[in-house]
Structures are given as C-alpha cells and as structure tokens.
Design a protein around this ligand. Structure first.
Ligand SMILES: NC(=O)c1ccc[n+]([C@@H]2O[C@H](COP(=O)([O-])OP(=O)(O)OC[C@H]3O[C@@H](n4cnc5c(N)ncnc54)[C@H](O)[C@@H]3O)[C@@H](O)[C@H]2O)c1
Length: 446
C-alpha cells in the first residue's frame, strides 16, 4: 500500500517532491505558510517555472492536497518531508528560522511520526532537532536526514532518477521507513548517521563549486597565455578521475544553493575552529569572476559611461525563473555604477527580475534589448540565444559586440556573422563538444 506523505514547504524542492511521490501513487498533503501560494496551487496554478512540474501536478491533482495548517499534514501522514528555505544570514551561516518554526508549531502526533529533513542544513542540526523534540516530550517523533540533490531546470528528472538517495537516521526503523518510500526509485541508497548525511550534501555542493572556480581560474590563465580552455577542459574531462561535468568556464556559480551552501560550510568549519582555506579561495574566485565581464566590455568600449549594454538572460540558469543569487543581480548594478544604460531580457524571469533590477530597462523581446546597444552580454545560456548571431541582431545593434559569459556560442561562427566576440578563456574554439550546460551546472545540490 502507498503510504500517505506530508510535505512542508511548497517551493522548488517541496513541489517536486510532492508531485513525484504523488505520481508514484502516494496521497500527499503539502503545507506552506503563504496563503497566496496555497490559493494559487489549489486553483491549479504553479508560479515557479520548472519543466514538467505543472503537468505532473495536474496529472496527480486527485492525490495532492494543499493546506496552511501543519496539523493537517500530521493527521493525514506519518512521514513528512521538510523543504523549507535555509537562506544565508549576513555572516554566511544558514538561517534555520523556518526549520525552527516548523518544530515550534509541530502538533503532538498520536502515533509515531517521522520528520524527514530535505532542506539543506548545517551538520549538527539533526542532533539539535532531536534534543528539541525530546525536550518537548516528542520522543515518538523520529528524525531522518534525507538531503535533496535535484537541480532546478531538471528537477523532475533529477528527483526520479537521482544519482543516489542519502538517508541518515538516529533510529534504523525510521531510516527503513523512509527508504521504503523510495523503493520504486532506482538509485543507490547511502545509509548513514545523521551528521554524515548532512555533510554529504554540503561537501558535494562545495566540491562542485570548487570544480567551477578551478576551471574558471584555468580559463583566466588561458587568456593570459594563449591556451584554449575549451580544449583544455575537454582534455581534462576525458580523464575518468576528473570527469567532464562542471568543467565549463563562465561567470561563476550562482543560484539558490551553491553560493549559500559553500558559505555555510565555510562558516560551519570556522565555528568549529577550522579555517577552510580552500573554500575561502573558491568563494573569492567566484566573486571576481562575475566582475570580469565588466573588464571585457571596457576592453572593447573604453569608458562605459553612456554606453548601452544588453544583459541577456537574467535568471540564475536556463529553464528556471529563479533569481536567487543570479549573476545579473551583480552585473547590472556594476554597469549602472559605471554610468552605462542597462537593458535586460529573459524569456521567463522578467516579472521576478523587475523588483530586483531597479534602473534596468527590462525588454520583452531579445531584439528590443539589443536595439542600438553597444554590447550584448550572454549572462544565462537560454536556448533562444543560439540565434543571437543573426543578421537581424547585427543590424539592430549600434556596435555588434557579444560578450559570452557562458561560452555558449561557437566563436568562429559568431565572428563569421560579423560580430566582435569575447568569451571566457578561449580564443577561437567551439565548446559544443562539452556536455550541455543543464547537465554541467545543476545547482545540484542546492
Ligand atoms: N532549489 C533547489 O534547487 C534545491 C535543491 C536541493 C536542496 N534545496 C534545499 O531545499 C530547501 C528548500 O529550497 P527551495 O528552493 O525549495 O526553497 P523555496 O524558497 O523555493 O521554497 C520554500 C517554501 O517553504 C515555505 N515555507 C517557509 N516557512 C515555512 C513553514 N514554516 N512551513 C511551511 N512552509 C514554509 C515558503 O513559503 C516557500 O514556499 C533549502 O534548504 C534548499 O537549500 C534546494
């Protein structure tokens, strides 16, 4: 029989979890604290842009119910997945206030229940939650760490075909109960203690960020020395010990997960008395990498005062409307500070970008964004931008300069189409041999 399930937090992770488990036949109750979000979901609308998600929720409408009341979740289900936000505080540590508010509101279940933590939390959180539950007399509420590794843009696929399922439990029977919910998902299961499960998530994200910062530094050295990072990355990636993914240079990692999780791991180490030097460098390289685009524009245009720059792609990655920690949020203010006129275009995230990109002229079409522009910058590699080096765009621009922050286009073809072209760490190569970006830059783990 399919166990009824609860999901707490109706965001990217929560909705994907709910839709995928419902599709496997479970009845799912989803709780959020934002009344408009619940009303929207009840009306069959999904405001987050995630390929396949709306369809999956629609197909399983009968099995997914939405509520504002946490007690509803525990009257319907014994196992509840927690997928509330854990953003960065100013110090870089994870803000666990949403997690604690779930615990404070937790009703006393009449029979054994299990809280399954999918949110990314610092190592040691499980121990603290366990102590809190015990202190409240809720020893019969189990706690399991089950970190989530899906990447936005490919979240449904990632959930259904994960590389692994990690389950860390204090009580073996609770771990077994959660493992059985995943029985029809084919993936290796890693059973662990709670602290190790928590660390798998943080270490995985930190490693991916390190790989990205590493190839970005190689790209920067390639620019100085005349080597071509596309060839270098291909040559490195064929080594099975290295692997080809996350070796695409660009303007740095971004999004709702990698930056905050890397910062959280660095802070966690620091709070435990360990200075994580490597992560300090990874973060610094990433910050500088976003700003290199400004230098590339200045190399071609001189002063940017009064120059019109079109930022193409505003969401942090393609196939999402998530603006959290998007590089456009760093680049636009930098360019405005230089006195540039900044335009922005994105196929799905314009509304989400509007309140965040003050002073930027947002354009509904690519052609409007590049009209009379002095440069077009590829910030997010949306598929639509494959068509950028066209005669129509060249004629529309005042100055046909493309700065490709994602090494997305083929340099020779762009130059042959009459554009000046700048990319990251390459001279005149074609990165098409590298794996597609959606596979290379998941915010996997967020
Ligand atoms: N987005 C990703 O790609 C991804 C991937 C893996 C892991 N994660 C982790 O999963 C967690 C959730 O991330 P997300 O991107 O889904 O966040 P999100 O911001 O998209 O969604 C979180 C939802 O939780 C709701 N919420 C807040 N407090 C609540 C409460 N007390 N009870 C119920 N709902 C509450 C919010 O209103 C929001 O709808 C984070 O810890 C994140 O690091 C995210």
């Amino acid at each position: 029989m399919n166990e009824p399930l609860g999901v707490i937090g109706a965001g990217w992770v929560g909705l994907v979890t709910a839709a995928c488990f419902a599709d496997l036949g479970h009845d799912v109750v989803v709780r959020d604290v934002v009344p408009e979000r619940i009303a929207e979901l009840e009306a069959g609308r999904v405001s987050i842009y995630e390929p396949g998600l709306a369809k999956l929720l629609e197909r399983n409408r009968e099995r997914v119910r939405f509520t504002l009341d946490l007690a509803d979740v525990f009257s319907a289900a014994r196992i509840a997945f927690v997928s509330v936000p854990t953003p960065s505080t100013y110090s870089g540590e994870a803000d666990l206030s949403a997690v604690w508010s779930v615990l404070d509101e937790l009703p006393e279940p009449s029979e054994r229940a299990i809280l399954v933590m999918k949110s990314t939390v610092p190592v040691g959180t499980g121990e603290k939650v366990r102590a809190h539950l015990d202190a409240r007399g809720l020893a019969h509420v189990g706690y399991v760490s089950n970190p989530e590794f899906l990447a936005e843009g490919t979240a449904v696929r990632d959930f259904r075909q994960p590389d692994r399922v990690v389950i860390g439990a204090f009580d073996e029977a609770d771990g077994d109960a959660v493992e059985s919910v995943y029985a029809r998902i084919e993936a290796p299961v890693v059973r662990a203690d709670v602290a190790s499960a928590e660390m798998v998530k943080l270490a995985s994200n930190a490693f991916l960020a390190t790989k990205i910062s590493f190839i970005n530094e190689i790209a920067n050295v390639c620019e100085e020395t005349g080597a071509d990072v596309a060839v270098v990355a291909e040559g490195m990636g064929l080594d099975r010990r290295i692997g080809p993914l996350f070796l695409r240079p660009g303007i740095g990692y971004s999004g709702s997960c990698l930056p905050k999780d890397v910062a959280a791991l660095k802070q966690l180490a620091g709070n435990s008395g360990y200075h994580f030097q490597l992560l300090t460098a990874v973060i610094e390289v990433n910050e500088l990498q976003k700003r290199r685009v400004v230098g590339k524009l200045a190399k071609h245009l001189g002063s940017l005062r009064g120059k019109t720059i079109a930022l193409l792609g505003l969401a942090f990655k393609p196939n999402t409307n998530d603006m959290r920690d998007a590089p456009s949020l760093i680049l636009a203010p930098r360019l405005l500070a230089e006195g540039a006129v900044v335009r922005g275009w994105d196929p799905v995230a314009l509304e989400e970008a509007r309140p965040l990109l003050r002073g930027v002229e947002l354009c509904p079409s690519l052609l409007e964004a590049v009209r009379d522009a002095d440069a077009a910058v590829i910030v997010t590699e949306w598929d639509e931008l494959r068509e950028l080096p066209s005669a129509e765009v060249r004629e529309a621009m005042r100055n046909p300069l493309i700065v490709d922050g994602r090494n997305f286009l083929a340099p020779d073809a762009v130059r042959a189409a009459g554009f000046r072209y700048e990319a990251i760490g390459r001279v005149a190569s074609d990165l098409s041999a590298l794996p597609e970006t959606e596979e290379t830059e998941p915010e996997l783990l967020t």
